[in-house]
Design a protein around this ligand. Sequence first.
Ligand SMILES: Nc1nc2c(c(=O)[nH]1)N[C@H]1C(S)=C(S)[C@@H](COP(=O)(O)OP(=O)(O)OC[C@H]3O[C@@H](n4cnc5c(N)ncnc54)[C@H](O)[C@@H]3O)O[C@H]1N2
Ligand code: MOO
Length: 656
Amino acid sequence: MERNSRNIYLKSAEFVEAVEGYQQAMVKRNIGRQVELLDTKAGLNRVTAAPVFARDSSPNYSAAAMDGIAAVSERTRGASETRPVILEKNRDFVYINTGGRVKDPYDTVIMIEDLVEVSSNEVEVRSSAPARQHIREIGEDVVKGELILPSNHVLRPMDIGALLAGKVETIEVYKKPRVGILPTGSEIIDVGDSQEPGKIIDSNSYLFEGMIEEAGGTSKRYPVTEDDYDLLKERILQGVRENDVFVINAGSSAGSKDFTGDLIKELGEVLIHGVAIKPGKPIILGFIQNKPVIGIPGYPVSAFIDFKYFVQPLIEDLAGRKATTEKNLTVTLSRRIVSSLKHEEFVRIKAGKVEDSYVATPLSRGAGVSTSLVKADGILRIPKGLEGYEKGTAVSIQLMKELKEIENTLVSVGSHDVVMDLLSDRLQWNRRDAGLSSAHVGSFGGILALKNRECHMAPMHILDEETGGYNKAMIQSHFPAGDMGIIKLVKRSQGLMVPKGNPKGITGISDLAGEGVEFVNRQRGSGTRILLDYHLKRLGISSGDIAGYDRALTTHTAVAAAVANNTADVGLGVYSAAKALDVDFIPIEWEDYDLVLSKKYLEDPRILEIIDLIQQEGFKKKIENLGGYQTDEIGDVYILEKTEEETTWQKWYPST
Ligand SMILES: Nc1nc2c(c(=O)[nH]1)N[C@H]1C(S)=C(S)[C@@H](COP(=O)(O)OP(=O)(O)OC[C@H]3O[C@@H](n4cnc5c(N)ncnc54)[C@H](O)[C@@H]3O)O[C@H]1N2
Ligand code: MOO
């Protein structure tokens, strides 16, 4: 069935209104926590629905607290170093171990090291033992009838231990809400299915499963269901029957096959369709058969935001969990962020601590970019009605990682290369307490970030047109002498990437201006673009003569992908990217890709570790095996020194 009219839902509710309105509707419908009796041993992370009282005392007998003897205290009276007292077995004492029961007539315990065993039947004591010494009395830990835990308490391992000690075998806890997930969409396939163009792998339902577990629910995934109204209806009814909460993914918007809203309406009630947030706008909050049914948009980031702010709190509430308290951090924005006046925006943020301040950079805003969630350290919420924030503004973000992790992370901003990815992996492998975060903004972006103290280091490859050298000239012209250092990384092969078989017969830069050749460029400020412009100038070719010069992508791999997908005939980039995407490569030049940093960071233990790490044979081999790299100078460090007469680059060595 095709829909007759498109879903023009876009009368957005306010965020807070929507959250509170839905909560109130749940209360009105008497939808709330349910209770079950559970084996205490299986109670970890569950929440008590009633106070728990001890069924028995612990210990429930007088227990020896030490290894030694249980004795009659009376018989030890007056014992001293000079007048030891001899005790007779089975009359004055019996041997006992820790935890053993102390029975009448024995009323004290003496440690084995305080005795002299005179014979197999006799021991000598040299001090008197007071009554009840080293005895754990009945109820020392738990007294029968005493409150062990109040209600609404999340059970930790020690709680379970104490409950079992008090002989509490079963406990009343809130039932884990069962949450069903229905992934929908004719284009959606499972990760194991063969992926033809036009198909998208179902990732959201697995994201939801994890988030349901985190919030204290149990999840059940239903098979991916195509955009067929009647089939969807059947699955939704089944899902509502089998669960306490039901989530339908995708089909929430205005497309001709977006049925979610209509279906919830037909089978129950739609309370809200559309909230003034971005991403996540087309969320649907409804009920079917008195159970919450929620339609979540298909884009992964929209799905995450809606699930985090609408569905997780609902699950936490039904599971009896306290709402997760958000940890916030005040950060300074390294760039301007523009925001929509009509929506509250949720912007993913990468944060790092450079010198004494936390700097924050917005990540991709695309609702389909799920990797922005992986990279994010936090979320900045920009209220509706604000146009955004200027660069340098201090804002508060909701943390998605531990603060310590952010504090220990080295921040790298600049040009991207797979070498930095390998480095990041190795650093994290070596020391769990330090990581490397990389933002890819091109070589000049790196210089700017170094100047603004927004990063610890900047990887770059900037050609100096006069000398033909790399990076050093650029540093000399941008930074005061004496401030900076360079860690040499690799030489890498830059060249033209062309589709397999080189159908346009391209041989060099001069062919870019050829008839019918569509080029794809890199962004302004990237080292690759500088290299291209240098060669164009040398050959006397105007950029205006190159079709596609203005189409700028931000990574080597994006360029290689454009060539591989035939949306361009040629692009300039590194060999490793060409190899990864299986396109042909015409080498143009070896360039230096180095790490530039402030001299003061050279003695930072994390940097010293990087210097050590990159010089290891295993690391070098790994890079060389990628092809298109030379590692002759890797790990050499130079600093820019200033004397009265001149400024020179000197080799630098660690002080120890
Ligand atoms: N004319 C309009 N079009 C759209 C509007 C609008 O207001 N007017 N809103 C846009 C917004 S905002 C969003 S968000 C999306 C929501 O889309 P739907 O919920 O209808 O979802 P689909 O269109 O089916 O899919 C969107 C996107 O997500 C991918 N997807 C779907 N399921 C999964 C899954 N299980 N795992 C991973 N990815 C999934 C799907 O393939 C699509 O690429 O609508 C805009 N349109
Ligand atoms: O609201 Mo949509 O979720 O912006 O992408």
